[in-house]
Design a protein around this ligand. Structure first.
Ligand SMILES: [Zn+2]
Length: 206
């Protein structure tokens, strides 16, 4: 079960003069965050806000995270990710036993490759834009289906000066060992009375 109402290219984002199509630079939704919503006895949706803290603090992505159990014999768990434009991604939740301690871990089922994943991503490179440094919103999917890589997998993608799009894959080696970048996690709001929400709105109005 999935919905793909996402329009193409409606939400383009410019991510800098040097494109870094690494998963660490894309909005990520980890499975543990979904689990915290499931564990919340209030059974309420969460508001997730990805803010560009490295630059101007602008809101780059907003999702309403809700959880529901489908009717029917299977009674599968689903998480619904709804953007402000109404586009919705529904991901099935799967639990897998952990071999060591007998506990169970939550995974998100990527609807594109039908694989349980620990996190899903909301952007990919906008290949039709003709620019190497543009990304676009996509329905949420795993890192490999969003064609993202870990920054540790190589240097930066060189965006300009090479001419044709087909040569963008030229990689530049990173010198030395750089600290591993952190994932771009959202701010999580479980209440609209949260004062942090006021701060974010204020910055984005200014
Ligand atoms: Zn996938």
């Amino acid at each position: 079960m999935e919905q793909r109402k996402q329009g193409r290219g409606r939400h383009q984002h410019f991510i800098g003069s040097w494109a870094r199509l690494n998963c660490e630079n894309m909005p990520v939704l980890p499975a543990w965050l979904v689990r915290s919503n499931l564990d919340d006895p209030r059974n309420i949706p969460y508001l997730l806000v990805w803010k560009d803290d490295r630059h101007d603090g602008k809101i780059m992505e907003v999702v309403r995270l809700g959880h529901f159990v489908a009717c029917g014999r299977e009674g599968n768990d689903y998480v619904e990710l709804k953007r402000t434009d109404g586009s919705t991604t529904v991901l099935r939740i799967v639990w897998q036993m952990l071999p060591r301690n007998g506990g169970r871990a939550l995974f998100l089922f990527c609807p594109w490759c039908n694989t349980p994943r620990r996190q899903v991503y909301g952007w990919e490179w906008d290949s039709v834009s003709g620019w190497s440094n543009r990304v676009r919103s996509i329905s949420w999917r795993c890192r490999s289906c969003a064609r993202l890589r870990y920054s540790s997998e190589g240097g930066y993608l060189r965006p300009t000066g090479l001419g044709r799009l087909g040569r963008l894959g030229v990689m530049l080696r990173a010198y030395g060992s750089l600290p591993r970048p952190k994932s771009w996690l959202p701010y999580v709001f479980t209440s609209i009375d949260d004062p942090r929400l006021d701060d974010i709105v204020r910055v984005n109005r200014a």
